[in-house]
Design a protein around this ligand. Structure first.
Ligand code: MG
Length: 252
């Protein structure tokens, strides 16, 4: 299924996307939803971030080709950090740069969406806890990332976590192309087979320390080609089999 959350006529709704048709669900896809039988065209709705997470976990340095680009050693275990729930925005929502004179980068990432409460989950059972995957952009203020001893101002500002457009369970998370385009120009172009720690190992590691609940997300790290954005730009993250997450960039 390709799940979407949207607004239509001022109300939030949920659906399953088939081509350009949204088949409506009777409630959130996180709550044993059923199809109502009603359909609307995708053009009739405005897509929202597909989930409203309580915890936005993220992994640093999880692509071998990015580690090489950054001259960083391959980590021995996944490196965890948190983004804020308030940084989450949806497709089309503007990324609002708080300090425009800083270097503010895009980071295309595969994002895992959790379907049920997950605590101390062994890697071999991780698939039972995953609803699916969406695209994410781990927007990062590099100046604050260097100057501060932790990354709250670098990666947790309002709007610094676009996700969407759909959550799908129809991909192999370790066998899809991942790209960023800035104003239509390809900037990141890699493959999730380059991940150092696979998704099931990340879920095992994260849930050892932090319980995840339905709708929580895990950003799984970015491939090479990171670079800056400025107001007026348009940034697109595309992951094969998921779709395109497109956001304009503005100043706060
Ligand atoms: Mg990142």
């Amino acid at each position: 299924m390709r799940y979407v959350r949207f607004t239509r006529g001022g109300k939030v709704g949920y659906g399953a996307l088939s081509g350009k048709t949204v088949r409506l669900l009777d409630r959130s896809f996180l709550q044993n939803a059923r199809l109502t039988g009603e359909k609307v065209r995708l053009s009739e709705v405005r897509l929202l971030a597909p989930v409203v997470p309580r915890t936005v976990m993220a992994i640093g340095l999880n692509y071998a080709d990015h580690a090489k680009e950054s001259n960083m050693p391959i980590p021995e275990e996944p490196f965890l950090f948190l983004k804020t729930p308030g940084c989450i925005i949806g497709p089309g929502d503007p990324i609002r740069l708080v300090v425009p004179e800083h270097r503010n980068d895009y980071e295309a990432e595969l994002v895992v969406v959790i379907r049920k409460r997950a605590h101390a989950v062994p890697a071999e059972k991780a698939h039972e806890f995953i609803l699916g995957y969406t695209c994410g952009n781990d927007v990062s203020d590099r100046d604050y990332q260097k100057s501060d001893s932790q990354w709250t101002r670098s990666k947790g500002c309002d709007t610094y976590g676009p996700i969407g457009p759909v959550v799908t369970d129809e991909i192999d998370p370790h066998n899809v192309r991942i790209q960023t385009r800035l104003n239509g120009v390809v900037k990141q172009d890699s493959h999730t087979s380059q991940m150092i720690f696979p998704v099931q190992r990340l879920i095992e590691h994260v849930t050892r320390y932090v319980t995840l609940v339905p709708g929580d997300v895990v950003f799984t790290g970015t491939p090479p080609g990171i670079g800056p954005m400025k107001a007026g730009d348009t940034v697109e993250v595309e992951i094969e089999g998921i779709g395109v997450l497109k956001n304009p960039v503005a100043n706060a």
